[in-house]
Structure formats: structure tokens, C-alpha cells
Design a protein around this ligand. Structure first.
Ligand code: NAP
Length: 456
């Protein structure tokens, strides 16, 4: 990595802020460069002070012991495996703030966190875990394109504040995570791969595959087996355009189902002070992600629906419909009932999609930070249920006569849209039961701390 020569101002203001960095590797140099830019005096501690010609201009490089004497804050930009050498000059490090920036290759790689390990090697030092979620590249590129969050933890409040101050000077946002016990969790952050999205992804993938296969059986295998008809062209647009809305509706219902299950559990137990089962906790925590995947699928459904008029298959059917009238010298009568059904179906879909979008937008951190808790709950709960009602009604109206029309039940299987209604209808019915005043009042009391059988 090259560092511009102008990283230090020509006439730097007298700086009283010193930071020592042990290790002249990628991270140490990038942090040093950024600190110099922000007016700090940087002293590197290195095994061989003359070896690296990549040191940012303006920084001093000394042997570890010498460098340590020049600053109260020492960033240990060295891999955990090499920490042992620090015990050789433990007396110099006594009382110093040691910033552990290290990461591991695997989650929970060691029995104790790297920061706790460092603290156990140097009990006289004040160890603070920080900066491990900031990459060398982010520091190099001016922290404009990367996360600015610096998770900080440590047992000494003053030491933590000193490190937080350094983070703030670099334009980063320090987030106090508590004592050094939190270091393990902080060290695991950079190793996690979309942890909150995993469950929603599996649920979504599972339903997508299931509904796709179900539609394939009904719409492609059935005509092929019974009439030797090739309808495989439906795989490109028609079947996905059934899968997306169906999975979207099911996922939206699954956003509200855990809340209902939690309410039933609380009513049954007569208290809110006992833990929910783990699976329910996990499910509740990923509701936002489930909702966002549902919104993405609803969006795909909207796009797929817009291309309908330009499809060859649709135009062919429209032409055939017209030709039949011409050949029969007849005009099919206008059916008011069907006009109402089709307009209502489209209107419900548009409104449902509008509220879906509103839900998605309010879940963005920048928007949710701007509304208070009551407003957020109103949008996510009341408007969420309205979206579920509208989307379910959209599907019910789409079904119309088809619910009872025999040819749609192929191999005794109900059409896919009927399957899609099971969970949403169950959720709405249960919600309807829970808002019955006697249950609603009992639930409200429980959520305010009332317990069945408890002495007042
Ligand atoms: P690196 O490029 O390999 O540098 C590590 C430095 O440690 C070396 O340059 C060396 O400096 C020193 N070192 C190596 N072996 C040593 C030994 N046996 N005894 C004493 N010192 C030794 O690694 P890095 O990428 O800078 O990472 C350093 C630390 O920062 C790691 O703990 C890493 O997890 C953490 N981190 C890195 C990043 C990143 O983006 N790279 C981001 C967050 C956290 P001298 O030759 O000057 O002694």
C-alpha cells in the first residue's frame, strides 16, 4: 500500500495527541495514516524499525519498548498468535490502554476472546477491544464507503472513553458494548455472513421450491399426462408469476404469525415473564427480513404482471377469443359481474402493493429513526395487517369462481392460489379472535405486568 506524501500537513499544529501502534502491517499502517491525517502523532512499535519503507510519512518507528513509552494508548495491530512477546516488557505496559483490534479466522476459534487473552497476559494494562470491524481498506479509502461503526468494550471506563475519542476524531462512530466480556461477540461480528437473513432465506427458498413444483405438477405435468399437451412454456413467466405472489403472501403472513403465537402463549401462561421457546425468539427476530423478502417477491409479481399484454401466449388467446366471436357471428355480452371482479382484483392488488412499499420504506433505519416508537408500531402493526388483509382479499377475488370450478382441481389438487391462502387466512382469523375485547384486555394486562395467580 502506498501512502501519499502529503498525509501530514506542512505545518502541523502542535499535537499533544500521541498514539502508538504495534505492528507495521496492513492495518497498523492504514490506521497510522488516518491518525496522522487527523492530527495525531503516531509512533510505530516494530520488531525491526528500519525494515519497512511503506511507513506513512511523519510517523516514527521504534522498537516496541521505546515506542510504548511515548504514548498511553497503544494499538496492538498484531495477530493474537504473537501476543506472548508483550509479556517481555509488561512493566512498561503497566497502566497503558492497549487496544486489541484483532480478528480470528473462525467464529469462537479460541475458548476466550483475543482481548481477554491479552488482558490475562498483561493484567496491569487496561485492555479495550475496538476497531476490529473497520478494515484497513476502509481506513485507506477515507471511511466514506464503509461502515463507520466501531464497537468498543472494556473494563475500564476511562480507557474506553479515550479510545472512543480517537474513533470520533477519525470520523467513526464508537458504540459502547460494555465490559470485556462482550469482546467475544465483537470479534465474531466480522465473521458472520448475513446472520439475520439466514432463516428468512431458507424459509423463502423452501416455499419457492415447493410452490414451483406444485405449479409444475398442476400446470405442466397434468396437461402432458392427460392430453399430451405441451405447456412447458409456462415455466418462464406464468409459473414464476404464481410463485412470487403466493410466496410473498405466505411470507407476509409469517411476519405476523409469531406475534400471534406469542400472544397465545402469554394468554395460556397468564404472564409475560417466562421465556418464549428459542425457535419463536429466532422467528420474531427475523420478521423484518422476512417482510423485506416478501416485498421483493411482491415487486417481482408486479413487474411480471406488467409484461402480460406483450406475451405471445396472451395475445394468441385474445385473438382466438375475437376470432371465435367473428366465426360465430356473435358478440359475447358484457358481464358486469366479471368487470367488477377484475377491477376489484386489480384495485386490491395495487393498494396492497402500495402499503407493502410503505412498510418496506418505514423499516429502513433512516426512516425508522425519524419516527417515534408509537408511530413505528402503528405502521408495522396496523398498516401491516391492512396490507395482509388487502393482499389476501386480492387473492380471494382472483380466485372468484375458480374456488368451486371443477377443472381447476387437477388430480384432486386445489389450485396454487388456494394453498397460498391457508396461512394468511389462519393468521387473520386468529388475529380477529385475539382482538375480541375480553381476550384483548387480558393480553394488554399481561403485557403491562399482570400475572395470573400473583398476589397484588
Ligand atoms: P499483517 O499485515 O500480517 O501485519 C501484522 C504485523 O504484526 C506485522 O506487520 C508485524 O509488524 C507484526 N508481527 C508479525 N509477526 C510478529 C511476531 N512474531 N511478533 C511481533 N510482531 C509480529 O496483519 P494486519 O492485516 O495488519 O492485521 C493486524 C491485526 O489487525 C490482526 O490482528 C488483524 O486481525 C487485525 N485487523 C486487520 C484488519 C485488516 O483489514 N487488515 C482489519 C481489522 C483488524 P512488524 O514487522 O512491524 O513487527
Amino acid at each position: 500500500m502506498d501512502y501519499p506524501l502529503n498525509c501530514v500537513p506542512d505545518h502541523p499544529k502542535e499535537s499533544t495527541k500521541h498514539v502508538c501502534i504495534f505492528g507495521t502491517g496492513d492495518f497498523g499502517r492504514s490506521l497510522g495514516y488516518k491518525l496522522l491525517q487527523c492530527g495525531y502523532t503516531v509512533i510505530f512499535g516494530s520488531r525491526d524499525p528500519n525494515s519497512s519503507n511503506l511507513i506513512p510519512k511523519g510517523a516514527e518507528v521504534l522498537k516496541h519498548e521505546e515506542a510504548a513509552k511515548k504514548s498511553t494508548i497503544i494499538v496492538i495491530a498484531i495477530h493474537r498468535e504473537h501476543y506472548d512477546f508483550l509479556t517481555g516488557f509488561a512493566d512498561i505496559l503497566e497502566g497503558k490502554v492497549l487496544v486489541d483490534v484483532s480478528n480470528n479466522l473462525k467464529i469462537n476459534q479460541y475458548p476466550e476472546s483475543n482481548a481477554e487473552h491479552l488482558a490475562s497476559l498483561l493484567p496491569g494494562a487496561k485492555v479495550v477491544k475496538a476497531f476490529n470491524t473497520v478494515s484497513a481498506w476502509a481506513l485507506q479509502s477515507g471511511t466514506l464507503d464503509a461502515s463507520k461503526q466501531v464497537f468498543i468494550c472494556g473494563d475500564d471506563a476511562k480507557a474506553k472513553e479515550a479510545v472512543a475519542e480517537v474513533a470520533r476524531s477519525l470520523g467513526l462512530t464508537p458504540l459502547d458494548q460494555g465490559s470485556l466480556l462482550a469482546a467475544n461477540e465483537i470479534e465474531n461480528y466480522p465473521l458472520q455472513l448475513f446472520p439475520m437473513w439466514r432463516l428468512p432465506f431458507y424459509i423463502c427458498a423452501g416455499f419457492t421450491i415447493l410452490i414451483f413444483l406444485y405449479c409444475l405438477v398442476i400446470e405442466v405435468f397434468y396437461p402432458c399426462a392427460t392430453n399430451k399437451e405441451d405447456t412447458s412454456y409456462l415455466i418462464a413467466i406464468s409459473i414464476p408469476n404464481r410463485v412470487f405472489p403466493i410466496v410473498s403472501l405466505i411470507l407476509l403472513a409469517l411476519v405476523y404469525l409469531p406475534g400471534i403465537i406469542a400472544a397465545i402463549i402469554q394468554l395460556y401462561r397468564g404472564t409475560k415473564y417466562s421465556r418464549f421457546p428459542d425457535w419463536l425468539d429466532k422467528w420474531m427476530l427475523c420478521r423484518k427480513q422476512l417482510g423485506l423478502v416478501a416485498l421483493a417477491y411482491a415487486f417481482l409479481h408486479a413487474i411480471y404482471t406488467l409484461v402480460m399484454p406483450i406475451r405471445y401466449y396472451v395475445r394468441w388467446w385474445a385473438d382466438k377469443y375475437l376470432m371465435n366471436q367473428i366465426k360465430g357471428n356473435t358478440t359475447y355480452p358484457f358481464q358486469n359481474h366479471y368487470a367488477w371482479m377484475s377491477d376489484s382484483y386489480v384495485a386490491l392488488g395495487i393498494l396492497g402493493f402500495f402499503f407493502y412499499m410503505l412498510l418496506g420504506i418505514t423499516s429502513l433505519p433512516s426512516v425508522s429513526n425519524a419516527v417515534n416508537w408509537r408511530e413505528f408500531r402503528f405502521v408495522q402493526s396496523k398498516l401491516g395487517y391492512l396490507t395482509l388483509v388487502l393482499s389476501t382479499a386480492h387473492t380471494l377475488v382472483y380466485g372468484g369462481d375458480r374456488f368451486i370450478f371443477g377443472p381447476f382441481y387437477r388430480w384432486y389438487l386445489p389450485p396454487a392460489f388456494v394453498v397460498s391462502l391457508i396461512i394468511p387466512c389462519a393468521v387473520l382469523v386468529m388475529k380477529f379472535i385475539l382482538v375480541i375485547p375480553c381476550l384483548d384486555q387480558r393480553l394488554t394486562k399481561i403485557r403491562q405486568g399482570w400475572e395470573r395467580g400473583a398476589k397484588c
